[in-house]
Design a protein around this ligand. Structure first.
Ligand code: NAD
Ligand code: MG
Length: 283
């Protein structure tokens, strides 16, 4: 991601989330031969940023494993409706909730809507984020700084606060960091800082909730082909070419890790991250 040329954006709003239905080629959401085996049967998942990219793929995998899903997204209604359709094709229910996660009141209402519909929440996936690449440190304006931190980390506190009273023994939280948290990023200093915060958040919350038998883990993706990338970078033809596998990953290669962390297969794992990045070794 870091070798791409950052887009110039005088007005930051232009860089807010892009639409998946406009991408070429279309990201792979789930492998055709991915066979569900009821790993999440009867569970309810709440996924932020579940309209597109990694979140959409996680939503569809969860549905194939037998879960009903609520997805929160900013304003990409077409993407969200397509995701809902994909989940219904798996024979599961999907609630779509549009709004701004920067607003704590909205976060509370979104969790309440999900709970009212499905009567429970078993899996929380914190995943929504924005990024605004800048070539020079001084170009990270305070407006950008607020946008990045208030979108990428504050809602982890707001949503977790609202979901926690509903979680029970065996339930799970999965957070979305980034390879940039571990190795830094010269173009994404503010974004990488929020992703580092998510690592510390995950480790701290995991320790706090271990006694309650609620596990908290995360995924740290490298370059994955999603709308976030198209919205952030001018030149995307070389995207992901600088890792050992010399290619970007697909959402379908990331989401199975969320299934693993959400289900009982990972019952002795908490406070950890799975690195899905084409072979870049990070500690
Ligand atoms: P994406 O754009 O498809 O998903 C991000 C979603 O976040 C958007 O769809 C949008 O609806 C939601 N969102 C953003 N701001 C919001 C707000 N204020 N309120 C509500 N929703 C909001 O992109 P993605 O690449 O799938 O990103 C998912 C996660 O993966 C992010 O946390 C991102 O940092 C992480 N990640 C992605 C990559 C990559 O290369 N794509 C690499 C490392 C980490
Ligand atoms: Mg989107």
């Amino acid at each position: 991601m870091e070798k791409e040329k950052p887009k110039k954006f005088p007005e930051q709003k232009q860089n807010l989330p892009g639409d998946e239905h406009k991408m070429h080629p279309q990201p792979e959401i789930i492998r055709e031969n991915y066979t569900g085996s009821g790993k999440l049967l009867g569970k309810v998942a709440f996924i932020t940023g579940g309209d597109s990219g990694i979140g959409r793929s996680v939503a569809v995998h969860f549905a194939r494993e037998g879960a009903d899903v609520a997805i929160v997204y900013l304003n990409e209604d077409k993407d969200a409706l397509e995701t809902k359709e994909l989940i219904e094709k798996e024979g599961q229910q999907c609630l779509i909730i549009s709004g701004d996660l920067k607003d704590e009141k909205f976060c509370k209402e979104a969790v309440k809507k999900c709970h009212t519909k499905f009567k429970k929440i078993n899996i929380l996936v914190n995943n929504a984020a924005v990024q605004f690449p800048q070539g020079e440190f001084k170009k990270i304006t305070s407006k950008q700084l607020h946008e990045t931190f208030e979108t990428n980390i504050y809602p982890y506190f707001y949503i977790t606060n609202a979901v926690l009273p509903l979680l029970q023994e065996g339930d799970t939280i999965i957070n979305t960091s980034s390879v940039t948290a571990y190795r830094g990023s010269e173009h994404l200093v503010d974004y990488a800082s929020t992703k580092g915060a998510i690592v510390s958040f995950t480790r701290s919350l995991a320790t706090m909730l271990a006694k309650k038998k609620i596990r908290v883990n995360g995924v740290a993706p490298g370059p994955i082909w999603t709308p976030l990338i198209v919205a952030s970078f001018d030149k995307v033809s070389d995207f992901g070419k600088d890792n050992p596998m010399e290619r970007a990953g697909q959402p379908s290669e990331v989401a199975p890790a969320y299934v693993f962390l959400a289900c009982e297969d990972s019952s002795y794992i908490t406070g950890q991250f799975i690195h899905i990045n084409g072979g870049e070794i990070v500690a």
